[in-house]
Design a protein around this ligand. Structure first.
Ligand code: ZN
Ligand code: ZN
Length: 342
């Protein structure tokens, strides 16, 4: 089968023939239909410091996908051949304290699909049945391909109750955009989102942000005034990993404000801890998705009319992966999809 492989410890990816993955007991073999390109895949392609420390080659990359079940291993009774499925890309140990307590997203021994084991940018992928999410109601294939990052957005956006609240999102990449849509849908009073890309801010307006602010020429405080807020934002969703975004967010929260932080900073940086203490701000780190409460929420949010289609801005056949990766790396558009059936 064809697969996108990181062959050697150097920049780049190759589309090569590899053996189809073997189906062990409890496994599900999935024919991949479409995949989403994630920031993680861009790191692996460019072979940055994180990738050098994390990835062993050769590796089939990719973890965001939708596909069709073609075979089930021994003992799999609840997933049928032909089912349309996506996959939770974090494989957990099942034995640690958090796994045993049902808090699998807090597992200390998580292995990432397309990171710690062969992934989904291929014509076939194998996953344990416990990581397979069956789409029980029809979902747009492109949207189904990005359930993994949609889950990051839902997990972050719904970390704190936001009905009637004023929400600030720093970073209008695909996950920030999806979080804005979720916050709106879930009843926030206002959702302000910041970025430095006009293209991304335009997508944010399309998806329903109350105010999409370019922080290269306006401050978050300016945005607060424009929205008519008197005491600051109630909820902050940090999606950029950038020190200045986190600092500016902290400076613009109301007393008792709550921040969910998904953006991954690349290094240590100082913040105003005195302000966090005296404003009694809560900060919660978010990683992955709750298994499988977040997945349930994603499915029912879409059933309830949440529209994510404006977030998807690039569609390519898998042979055009170089163009697709360049598009995803541009930092201007939304989500980029690879079609594995063309
Ligand atoms: Zn991802
Ligand atoms: Zn565990």
């Amino acid at each position: 089968m064809k697969a996108l492989v990181k062959e050697k410890a150097e920049p780049g990816l190759a589309l090569v023939d590899v053996p189809e993955p073997a189906v062990g007991p409890g496994d599900v073999l999935i024919k991949v239909l479409r995949t989403g390109i994630c920031g993680t895949d861009l790191h692996i392609r460019s072979w940055d410091g994180w990738a050098q420390q994390t990835i062993s080659t050769p590796l089939v990359i990719g973890h965001e996908f939708v596909g069709e079940v073609v075979e089930t291993g021994q003992g799999v009774t609840d997933i049928a051949v032909g089912a349309r499925v996506s996959g939770e890309g974090h494989l957990v140990c099942g034995k640690c304290r958090n796994c045993l307590a049902g808090r699998r997203h807090l597992c200390r021994a998580t292995v990432g699909l397309g990171v710690g084991r062969d992934g989904a940018f291929a014509q076939y992928v194998v996953l344990p049945a416990s990581n397979v999410w069956v789409h029980r109601v029809p979902v747009d294939l492109d949207v189904a391909a990005i359930f993994d990052p949609f889950g990051n957005a839902v997990h972050t956006a719904l970390s704190f109750p936001l009905v009637g609240e004023d929400v600030l999102i720093t970073g209008a990449g695909p996950i920030g955009l999806m979080a804005a849509a979720v916050a709106r849908h879930a009843g926030a009073r206002s959702v302000m989102i910041t970025d430095v890309s006009e293209e991304r801010l335009e997508l944010a307006r399309k998806i329903g942000a109350s105010l999409a602010l370019n922080v290269s020429d306006a401050s978050i405080a300016d945005g607060q005034r424009e929205l008519g807020l008197r005491e600051g934002f109630d909820i902050g969703l940090e999606m950029s990993g950038r020190p200045e975004a986190m600092r500016d967010m902290i400076a613009n929260m109301t007393h008792g404000g709550r921040i969910a932080m998904l953006g991954l900073p690349s290094e240590d940086f100082p913040v105003d801890w005195a302000r966090i203490v005296t404003s009694m701000i809560t900060i919660k780190g978010i990683y992955g998705r709750e298994m499988y409460e977040t997945w349930y929420a994603m499915s029912v949010l879409l059933e309830g009319g949440l529209d994510l289609t404006p977030v998807i801005t690039g569609r390519y056949g898998y042979r055009d992966f170089e163009a697709a990766f360049a598009d995803a790396a541009s930092g201007r558009g939304g989500k980029v999809i690879l079609d594995w059936t063309v």
